[in-house]
Design a protein around this ligand. Structure first.
Ligand SMILES: Cc1cc2nc3c(=O)[nH]c(=O)nc-3n(C[C@H](O)[C@H](O)[C@H](O)COP(=O)(O)O)c2cc1C
Length: 165
């Protein structure tokens, strides 16, 4: 059984929910999955593969995701790793293959990630803080798509099985 760590960087909780979806889909494929805040990951002992998910803010990948890559770059370079960004508040992540922001593509190059993926984001109608509260007046919604996530986890599972065989 493969033990995956799904680490997330979030400011408003949406990426934690996405990471939990990914974790559940991995378990449905008979993997062991630990879902944890990236800031709380102290080491990668006992982990066979890693997914790092981070929210997008102003074109930047969440700092907790970036810091985890920096902290654990050597170990991550030895493991199968996938990088996830979550952000678009519309269906573009579902209908198009969005190019990763430079933080994500730089991190992927640094550690030799197996893949990068962008999923839709979520903004709650009562989001606090500026400019989130102003944005929420016109852009609130949940664009995290469980079927999109499940299809992507199918691909990750296929790769993991081909690595093991
Ligand atoms: C101030 C602000 C800036 C944002 N900038 C981007 C962005 O540059 N690109 C993007 O795709 N989504 C952007 N979003 C949407 C967020 O990425 C989305 O709401 C995401 O799900 C937030 O994740 P979190 O709830 O885990 O913090 C932005 C949202 C806010 C409130």
């Amino acid at each position: 059984m493969t033990h995956l760590l799904v680490a997330y960087g979030t400011s408003r909780g949406g990426t934690r929910g996405l990471a939990e979806l990914i974790g559940q889909d991995l378990r449905d494929h008979d993997h062991e999955a630990t879902v944890r805040a990236a800031a709380d990951v102290k080491n990668l002992d006992g982990v066979d593969a890693v997914i790092v998910a981070g929210a997008l803010y102003a074109g930047r990948w969440h700092k907790d995701a970036r810091k985890l890559i920096k902290r654990e770059a050597d170990r991550l370079s030895e493991l199968p790793v996938w990088l996830v960004a979550t952000g678009p508040l519309d269906d573009t992540a579902e209908t198009t293959q969005i190019a990763p922001v430079h933080h994500v593509s730089d991190a992927a190059a640094r550690i030799g990630a197996r893949g990068v993926q962008t999923f839709g984001g979520r903004l709650e109608p009562d989001a606090k803080g500026f400019p989130a509260s102003a944005m929420a007046k016109t852009m609130a919604g949940d664009w995290r798509d469980a079927e999109h996530v499940a299809r992507w986890v199918d691909e990750v599972d296929g790769e993991l099985r081909s690595i093991q065989s």
